[in-house]
Unconditional design. Sequence first.
Length: 252
Amino acid sequence: MTTLIETKDLTITFGGHTAVDKVTISVPRNHFKSIIGPNGAGKTTFFNLLSGQLMPSSGSIHLNGKDITKYSPTKRTREGIGRSFQITNVFPNLTVLENVRLAVQSQAGNRYRMFSHFKRFEEYEAKGIEWLRLVLLEDKKDSIAKNLAHGEKRKLEIAMLLALETEILLLDEPTAGMSLEEVPAILEVIRKIKEQGNRTIILIEHKMDMILDLSDSVMVLFNGRLLADGTPEEIMQNELVQSAYLGGLYDE
């Protein structure tokens, strides 16, 4: 399998604390990798390094063989990395379709122009509706984003990431804050994206059943270090993982 994104000895230190410590991973194209670990393990910090919100103290990140370690978040998005956050990031006073249409326009390199022909925007809206259909939000296209339920906002955010046509989706706890009733819908959306087979997904998630069912591989962070990296079955059987993480997780 062709490597899409890889890190080499990726490290970041805040004062005397090393939050991510020499993490080396390789993620193939069209792969689904989940990241687990207890609170404080460095999962979100690692995501921030991949997406460019933080710059590493040492080590490197390569995308398609290109060193992107010093790229800004915006430049990484242009290179194909899209990232969601634990807190939803949508335009609250726009409609659902307008949110996605803006992402489509951005991907097409066409920002707002007062005298643009209306048919061009019809094309963008048609594409936006396609993305909304994929995330099961087509029936909400005319709703104001701030009026959506929390789970629907998460789906809208994913639709906006998809509209940017990024090759990599970094999903940071997509079910965080959801009610039990909302979780199956977001899982269905993520499953549909995976089944398309044209994106690499890297996911932080605490729900083990979701991770085991969807993931091609799972990496475990513990105190900023890579404790294990393997198939879901290998991770479940790993004694180090069980003692450091899984036992505590099942006790929650």
